[in-house]
Design a protein around this ligand. Structure first.
Ligand SMILES: Nc1nc2c(c(=O)[nH]1)N[C@H]1C(S)=C(S)[C@@H](COP(=O)(O)O)O[C@H]1N2
Ligand SMILES: [Mo]
Length: 325
């Protein structure tokens, strides 16, 4: 997709080098794991395991969107939704150490010239990693600002040459109740699945994220690879992806299947359309600073399309957003 207008969040193509040497991720395992530091969070919100933190080389910092202060690393990694590890916000940080993000295989399937199984490295090696600071707005009316490391989804999609029959892109999370103990119970229909219309997937904002704060993706945030669609509610941003499928019909999306009257396929952030059980007009920003106190900060206004309205306006021209919510 060509970028027609210059916007604050545009990626300068001149800043992206197409072939950047990509070194094996093992080479960057820092023997001394960066300690998670003296945390300001109360102990019950802290992960009970010391995860190894690995830096990516050559992450291109992008001037992206408004200069907003990112949520702290502790905030991003201790307040999560990842039902595969439990339904409580602190469950993923406590439980996700059983996930093995390496080795990892992603299957590319469906209507595309190139399909097959690809290792994590094969998938990301040809691409320049970018840092993009995006707001994440959960449907539960809280939000964070997250400095993702990732690759534009469009760049990955183009490599596999989807055919004209590929109208949607469907995503699936790993199913392995041993690695993901939350799957031993039927909190949701496993696997967690999500989907985007092809033009949404090709929008320059859509990102396949492989890390945060310049480092490999923490398990609780969806290691090793997850989707980030910043103008949609957080649940569209499916974690720990093992399959990307080019399909003709609108694919199933977990929360839409779970409660179709509450969660539509599109799930665009829209303060004018309330959830049937609560308002979507405002949100609480989780800064991660001051521990639990941050959970009780005053609410701020939720922006249409999470503030990315200009970038995505063309996608929904002529659509009744109340019907296609
Ligand atoms: N597989 C999977 N992906 C998921 C979820 C989940 O439970 N399982 N939760 C979603 C929800 S509701 C949100 S708000 C975001 C949270 O992402 P974060 O923990 O990295 O902030 O992940 C989304 N992706
Ligand atoms: Mo969410």
């Amino acid at each position: 997709m060509l970028i027609k207008h210059k916007k604050a969040s545009d990626v300068k193509s001149s800043e992206i080098t197409s072939k950047t040497a990509f070194l094996n991720r093992r080479q960057f395992i820092q023997a001394a794991a960066i300690a998670s530091g003296a945390s300001l969070l109360p102990p019950f919100l802290n992960p009970s395991f010391a995860a190894t933190r690995i830096k990516y080389p050559n992450v291109k910092k992008m001037a992206f969107g408004e200069a907003e202060k990112p949520t702290t690393y502790d905030g991003i990694t201790t307040y999560n939704n990842f039902y595969e590890f439990g339904t409580g916000k602190s469950d993923p940080a406590r439980n996700a150490h059983t996930l093995k993000p390496e080795p990892w295989t992603v299957e590319i399937a469906g209507h595309a010239a190139k399909t097959g199984k690809f290792s994590f490295d094969d998938l990301i090696k040809p691409h320049q990693l970018e840092e993009r600071i995006y707001r994440l707005r959960c449907v539960e009316a809280w939000s964070m600002v997250i400095p993702w490391v990732g690759i534009p989804l469009a760049d990955i999609i183009k490599r596999f040459e989807p055919t004209s029959k590929a109208k949607y892109v469907a995503f699936e999370t790993l199913v392995d109740p041993k690695q993901m103990p939350g799957q031993q119970r039927k909190a949701l229909d496993w696997p967690y699945v999500e989907g985007l219309r092809m033009d949404e997937a090709m929008n320059p904002l859509s990102l396949l994220a492989v890390g945060v704060y310049g480092e490999h993706m923490p398990n609780q945030n969806g290691a090793p690879i997850r989707l980030v669609v910043p103008w949609k509610y957080g649940f569209k941003s499916i974690k720990s992806i093992v399959k990307i499928n080019f399909v003709e019909k609108e694919p199933a999306a977990t929360w839409n299947v779970q409660a179709p009257s509450e969660y539509g396929f599109y799930s665009n952030v829209n303060p004018n359309i309330d959830h049937p059980r609560w308002s979507q007009k405002k949100e609480r920003r989780i800064t991660g600073e001051g521990g639990l106190g941050a959970l009780f900060t005053p609410k701020i206004e939720t922006k249409f399309m999470n503030g990315y309205g200009e970038e995505v306006a063309d996608l929904y021209k002529g659509m009744d957003l109340k019907k296609f919510f």
